[in-house]
Design a protein around this ligand. Structure first.
Ligand SMILES: NC(=O)c1ccc[n+]([C@@H]2O[C@H](COP(=O)([O-])OP(=O)(O)OC[C@H]3O[C@@H](n4cnc5c(N)ncnc54)[C@H](OP(=O)(O)O)[C@@H]3O)[C@@H](O)[C@H]2O)c1
Length: 230
């Protein structure tokens, strides 16, 4: 395998492990202080990745929000916000989504080979559309991002993308925030789906930090030898 970026997977979930409710309305699982912490982490990364369903459902901007952090990035010769990355099989993404329209940074869409041409026709003006193969593998995406200069990647969901990164053992660090309530509806998305994860009862992950942030808790896990304690 080629080189890949240092990869940090970030997620907030309910006590019962859900990423969202089952309704169309987005469920905030964090608090202001934690959103600010996530903003600080984003500001240290070269790229942020989410799955296409998150782009469609949440319409996230995926920008560094704090002006001082944007200014610091610019002073370091970086764009104000990291590159935005998504992955899609069908390519049903709206060119008017915040993912594409907000911010100056590059947008990269990895698409399954059969749909690349039609997705390029539709999104080519607002994003770099890359043939991700068939099926699209997260390892291939990681290597391609490394070749594009990405050295620090933040993966922000949803569950389908988290599952693939984790089961492929591509994650160096996990930030798991637990919100103080239950969702209690199995129609909602969980943090991860089924799969063979490298961490199991015989191979336990390393808990690197526990931090209370108001009414939520951040659990920080080291998932590889490359774990960077900063
Ligand atoms: N709490 C949090 O921290 C957090 C963070 C992010 C998201 N969320 C929530 O998570 C939910 C979405 O999660 P999700 O698991 O349904 O979706 P997701 O991981 O955001 O996206 C899944 C989609 O990404 C594309 N995709 C993923 N892997 C692919 C592959 N190997 N090849 C080709 N395409 C691939 C497919 O897009 P196409 O369908 O276009 O083919 C797939 O339907 C939302 O409700 C959102 O609110 C929560």
């Amino acid at each position: 395998m080629g080189e890949r970026p240092y990869t940090l997977l970030s997620c907030s979930m309910s006590i019962d492990g859900y990423l969202d409710s089952a309704t169309v309305k987005r469920l905030p699982l964090s608090n202001d202080a934690d959103f600010d912490r996530v903003d600080a982490v984003r500001a240290t990364c070269d790229a942020i990745m989410v799955g296409a369903a998150t782009v469609r459902n949440d319409n996230p901007r995926l920008l560094v929000r704090a002006q001082r952090r944007r200014a610091d990035r610019l002073a370091r010769g970086q764009r104000a916000s990291p590159i935005k990355v998504t992955v899609t099989g069908h390519g049903r993404l709206d060119a008017c989504a915040n993912f594409f329209t907000m911010g100056e940074s590059e947008k990269v869409v990895y698409c399954a080979s059969p749909e690349v041409e039609q997705v390029r026709d539709r999104l080519g003006a607002v994003a770099t559309v890359v043939d991700g193969g068939e099926p699209v593998g997260m390892g291939r995406i990681s290597e391609d991002l490394y070749e594009r200069g990405v050295r620090r990647l933040m993966v922000e969901g949803g569950g389908t993308v988290h599952t693939q990164f984790l089961t492929a053992d591509l994650v160096d660090e996990l930030h798991l925030v637990v919100a103080p309530f239950f969702v209690g509806d199995s129609r909602a998305r969980r943090f991860v789906g089924d799969g063979r994860f490298p961490w199991n009862p015989r191979r336990r992950a390393t808990l690197a930090e526990v931090r209370q942030i108001g009414d939520v808790v951040l659990l920080r896990y080291a998932l590889s030898e490359r774990f960077d304690r900063r």
